[in-house]
Design a protein around this ligand. Structure first.
Ligand code: C5P
Length: 232
């Protein structure tokens, strides 16, 4: 059976609290995501602790810099043994291509995906930084740029997944946060979809944090989500 598409977001302030949760999880039932806070506090040691436990890891550091610097950072992340990493598509084609080419020098390369438009930005925020058009138009344009730069996929809202899937081929990865089981609290997420609906819309991977990490029984919460997916 394929591994379920859930990537558990480890939004913890330190390694000890992250590992307390991770030690209850089974690497055959989920993948993990380490973001800026945990990585900045715990460094490569947290990545090594997680991969040593058999987990596939998405290093969510959203690189954005000149091509040579981003490519070198991607190479460093690959040395840590991560499964997937990301960068900002707005860094441009040359930045994305250089990073992808650097990773392709390896016999086995990690997946490289792009962030298009942060979901925290509305049309007015985009105008202020010089982007015209709606967030959706910008998302579709940057997703197409990521695809034509040879990236493996994008991070997107589940509400954008169907439109991107329609334009990009079936192999393009769509990694969606903003996913909530029907019974879970929304927390600070506003526009959400259930796991099954997100997959139906074209998502290939679901980033889910608090509905699992803050659950009274995180293992049961993950199993319940996986069950709704296998039933769907
Ligand atoms: O706890 P929750 O399920 O809301 O966590 C979602 C994770 O996905 C967090 O790590 C958050 O930073 C990330 N994320 C998001 N929305 C985006 C991009 C990333 O929620 N647009």
């Amino acid at each position: 059976m394929n591994k379920p598409p859930v990537i558990v977001a480890l939004d913890f302030p330190d390694q000890r609290s992250a590992l307390a949760l991770v030690d209850r999880l089974d690497p055959s039932l989920c993948r993990l995501k380490v973001g800026k806070e945990l990585f900045t506090r715990s460094g490569p040691a947290i990545v090594e602790s997680l991969t040593r436990r058999g987990f596939e890891l998405f290093l969510d550091l959203k690189f954005h810099d000149i091509p040579n610097t981003v490519a070198a950072a991607c190479d460093a992340a690959a040395d840590l043994g991560v499964w997937m990493m990301n960068l900002h598509a707005s860094g441009g084609r040359r930045m994305m291509e250089t990073a992808r080419e650097r990773l392709e020098k390896r016999s086995e390369r990690p997946l490289l995906i792009a962030v298009t438009i942060l979901t925290s930005l509305g049309e007015e925020d985009l105008a202020e930084i010089g982007f015209s058009g709606t967030p959706q138009e910008n998302v579709l344009r940057l997703a197409a740029l990521a695809a034509s730069s040879g990236l493996d996929g994008v991070v997107c809202s589940p509400l954008e997944a169907a439109a991107i899937r329609e334009r990009q081929g079936g192999k393009f990865l769509l990694v969606t946060p903003g996913v909530r089981p029907a019974t879970a609290s929304l927390d600070d997420q506003k526009r959400v979809m259930t796991p099954a609906d997100a997959v139906q819309a074209g998502a290939t991977h679901l980033v889910i944090g608090r509905p699992i990490t803050a659950a009274e029984d995180p293992v049961a919460a993950l199993e319940a989500i996986n069950k709704t997916l296998s039933n769907a």
